[in-house]
Design a binder for this molecule. Structure first.
Ligand code: SF4
Length: 684
């Protein structure tokens, strides 16, 4: 720091990594970002940043960042002007439309991009291409949260905010490891636990929070539903439910009670591989210490019954009256910085802006847009790629998304992507998808090079500010989309003077954000929706007085289906996958920063007894093979995982962990079953 000198100026924006949404001041010297420092006044991060927010900005000036457009000719990427690249992209989209109509084109939008860019991406799909096939990476993470919470409470987002961590009498974390994946939330939870607040952790691994927990339940991967149903059975069986809340605000409790009666703790414990008495302890704590606040992550959603798992957790909150109160509720820990926003902005094949149902919101969109959105629902992200394999999808526009590396069952994903005639990539770097299948590359401005807003995991809209100008010839997604739309004859729908004007149009389509303007955010800081008018203070706690669809909500009896990814003699281990503290998802950004020095490669956590049985020691290569594919990682023996349940981080293309994950999908949302894969291990 001494060598480079102090920054010339500081610009306040939002960390571009996880959905916590920490505010950060970026220091700029000589036109380059040199430093990041936390914001003391931030209600989210309260003067803290994790290692990614603090040291993860170097990707902005990475030497391999692509800052000029390219077109692939005869298999080779060649430099192109913007005019040539946009013309090639538009021609490819027009060609696909002429051959296969609107079903032959699709858009994968970016949960790293701003709300405004995502609003434009779905509008581009629907108006410039006339297709309903638009989705974002919420599909591969928290779509089951939106569906499960939406069908239970009527709003598919966190019911409460992070400040409620300090108001809860009990905290419960299900299938999430916030200490590593949402570190500022994790730190706030840890502080409360150290101050004496009881904590329940549901996680197959002994995470740092599990070490501190009053009760740690470590269910076998794939058995969340039996566990949560058994907790409901205990709460009802022991008379711990909140009768007044059930009578006043719910329907269908009798049928629900009958449906969980058979889920005794003993039956669930047997399936989960845990103690029945621990299930009882957890249920009693959750039901009796009010208010109780639940958080959950991808350990709950990335299953064949991900939506049912989230619904089961929402049922526990209803049973105990933990809805509509400060310090309570059901709160998904959203993954990417703006994954909440990308889905809320309408990058969802069956929803328009505001996650409003197509049928219900078509009219308002037609009024505001001056054109009808196409009928839907469209295909989701995985179905679009399936359709490419079947020859129905001809051209995809992929914005800040690397499906080849991040989708499961990578060999099949590759085969399907190979069926595309055109794959137009908007990104900072040549992703694995771009490298293998891209036909046109349009270089995007980074998160530090644009204006707009993000929406964090507690529904807080916050301002993203330009810290430095776009590097080289790169352009913002908004500019790229509007220039493409001009070439497709739809330019009149995409002429906005700035990001604030785009946001203002989105506000006219979704009443819950009508009161949140850029100017207000600049004046007051972040605001949590619903916020219907400029004078409204925002809504930190949802459902305090009724639900969007009325005064009462209905329980939905759930039936458990065991995953076919069960271990057997041939594939005796159950593989679980996830992130580590230092990298983010496909590591497109983090591996180009100093964080690489802290975690250079992915590792396979394996129980010491399993390691011994396979003659593995620390650092030995181990081949992990499933029924779908194989990868090799270095072994890291640790008793953080249970015997028979290895855990792999999935950040690098070198490891390509998703070669082994399977084709299983959540029955409601299509979210992949990343968390349960039967594998065999062999010293590599
Ligand atoms: Fe960024 Fe998330 Fe870390 Fe906050 S907790 S600094 S948002 S990565």
């Amino acid at each position: 720091r001494l060598a480079q000198g102090l920054p010339d100026r500081w610009i306040r924006t939002i960390c571009p990594y996880c959905g916590t949404g920490c505010e950060v001041d970026m220091g700029v010297k000589g036109g380059r970002i040199t430093e990041a420092r936390p914001v003391l006044s931030s209600p989210v991060s309260q003067g803290h940043l994790c290692v990614k927010g603090r040291y993860g900005f170097g990707f902005n000036d990475a030497p391999d960042r692509i800052t000029e457009p390219m077109i692939r000719r005869n298999g080779v990427w060649e430099a192109a002007t913007w005019e040539e690249a946009l013309a090639a992209a538009a021609a490819a989209l027009r060609q696909a439309l002429s051959v296969g109509g609107p079903d032959a084109v699709g858009v994968l939008a970016s949960s790293r991009a701003t709300n405004e860019e995502n609003y434009l991406a779905q509008k581009f799909a629907r108006l410039a291409l006339g297709t309903p096939h638009v989705d974002c990476c919420a599909r591969v993470c928290h779509a089951p949260s939106a569906a499960g919470l939406g069908q239970t409470f009527g709003t598919g987002a966190a019911t409460n905010g992070y400040a409620d961590i300090e108001r809860a009498a009990l905290l419960m974390v299900v299938g999430a490891n916030p200490t590593e994946n949402h570190p500022i939330v994790g730190a706030r939870i840890r502080q409360r636990v150290r101050a004496g607040v009881p904590l329940i952790v549901v996680d197959p691994r002994r995470t740092e929070l599990a070490e501190l927990a009053t009760v740690h339940l470590a269910p076998r991967p794939g058995t969340n539903l039996p566990l949560l149903q058994a907790m409901a059975q205990v709460i009802l069986g022991e008379g711990l439910a909140d009768g007044a809340f059930l009578a006043a605000r719910t329907e269908g409790i009798e049928a629900f009670a009958a449906s969980v009666q058979a889920w005794t703790p003993e039956r669930a414990a047997d399936l989960c591989g845990i103690e029945a008495e621990d299930i009882r302890r957890a249920a009693r704590l959750y039901a009796t210490l009010r208010p109780a606040m639940a958080f959950h992550g991808l350990g709950l959603t990335e299953h064949r019954q991900g939506t049912d798992g989230v619904t089961a957790l929402a049922h526990l909150a209803l049973l105990t009256g933990n809805v509509g109160l400060p310090g309570s509720g059901v709160n998904p820990l959203r993954g990417q910085n703006n994954v909440q926003g990308s889905a809320q902005m309408g990058c969802e094949p069956s929803r328009l802006t505001g996650y409003q149902k197509l049928a219900e919101a078509r009219e308002i969109h037609a009024q505001v847009w001056g054109a009808e959105p196409p009928q839907g629902p469209g295909l989701n992200a995985l179905e679009m790629i399936d359709a490419a394999g079947e020859g129905r999808m001809k051209a995809l526009l992929v914005i800040g998304y690397d499906p080849l590396l991040s989708h499961p069952n990578a060999l099949e994903t590759a085969e399907n992507l190979n069926g595309l005639e055109a794959l137009i990539v908007v990104d900072l770097f040549l992703t694995e998808t771009a490298r293998a299948f891209g036909t046109v590359f349009l270089p995007a401005a980074s998160p530090f090079e644009k204006e707009g807003t993000y929406m964090n995991g507690e529904r807080r809209v916050q301002r993203v500010r330009q810290v430095v100008p776009p590097r080289g010839g790169s352009r913002t997604d908004g500019t790229i989309l509007s220039q493409l739309a001009e070439r497709l004859g739809a330019g009149s729908h995409f002429r906005f003077p700035d990001a604030a004007a785009v946001w203002d149009e989105a506000r006219r389509t979704w009443p819950a954000i009508a009161g949140i303007s850029h100017a207000r955010l600049d004046r007051e800081g972040g605001v949590q929706w619903p916020c219907p008018t400029e004078g409204h203070p925002g809504t930190p706690v949802l459902h305090a007085e009724g639900f969007p669809r009325g005064e009462r909500v209905r329980f939905r009896p759930l039936a458990w289906q065991p995953s076919p990814e069960a271990p057997d003699a041939e594939y005796p281990f159950l593989l679980n996958t996830g992130r580590n503290l230092f990298h983010f998802n496909a590591a497109t950004m983090t591996r180009r920063t100093r964080l690489r020095e802290l975690a250079a490669e992915d590792l396979l956590e394996i129980h010491p007894a399993d390691a011994e049985g396979l003659a593995l020691t620390e650092g030995d290569p181990v081949r992990v093979e499933s029924r779908h594919g194989a990868f090799i990682l270095r072994a890291h023996p640790t008793d953080r995982v249970r015997p028979g349940e290895p855990f792999a981080t999935f950040h690098s293309a070198a490891a390509f962990v998703n070669r082994a994950t399977g084709p299983g999908r959540d029955a409601v949302t299509g979210t992949p079953e990343y968390k349960v894969t039967a594998v065999r291990l062999q010293k590599g």
